[in-house]
Design a protein around this ligand. Sequence first.
Ligand code: ATP
Length: 240
Amino acid sequence: ATGDAILRVSGLTAGYGAAPVLQDIELTVRTGTIAAVLGANGAGKTTLLRTLSGLVRPSAGDIVFDGRPLRDVPVEQLVRRGMAHVPEGRGVVAELTVDENLRLGGLWRRDRADAARALAEVYELFEPLAQRRRHAGHQLSGGERQMLALGRALVARPKLLLLDEPSLGLAPRVIAQIMGLLRQLRDQTGLTVLLVEQNVRSALSVADEAVVMSLGRIVTATTAGRLRDDEQLRHAYLGF
Ligand code: ATP
């Protein structure tokens, strides 16, 4: 239900070799909220998403997703359990059409009727994609590619969407549009999002909660509103 924790992370330590990148991460994300993960380049934001989605193995700590521990769950099972990861750079298949890319998101689903409904809903929500169904991925603008990556994740009807820098390389107007879509999805469908962003202002404009990372640790966790309004806090952790 809305307000319950869909994700609980405790004592999470993870990295790529001997030296950990993430250290002792504590994080709770409630159902139906947008949580922003902020912080400078190299703070470990991407590594956090990759660890949550099973691409990086933690060396310590616990991840509880939708009431069950995530330890040793194969990556493909995670998608079935409701976690969708839209990586930085988006992973749209350039040679496939918009429609084919979107259908990829629902290929594994047994409930074909609902997969078709989810696809129709994505077209309803993302008007530019509906107009370009037969266009190849490489023919799309940056903003359309980001919508396509988002749409493909939504076809799987995720319980939690992990979104890595959706604003990257987009014009301000397009960023505002993407953030507006996230807001709409949260408000209308109860979607839960963990949003990694370098674009602090855009992220705080839609987020409910915010955490700031530095050097692999969470240095502050508060509401997005407080981070928006509290100049001292912003100075201390975000440098503006
Ligand atoms: P960015 O916004 O630039 O992606 P970030 O906050 O997401 O920054 P990460 O990409 O998670 O940070 O990187 C955190 C640290 O982990 C950095 O020091 C980086 O050099 C290191 N790192 C990232 N990916 C790898 C990898 N595949 N192998 C080894 N080290 C890595």
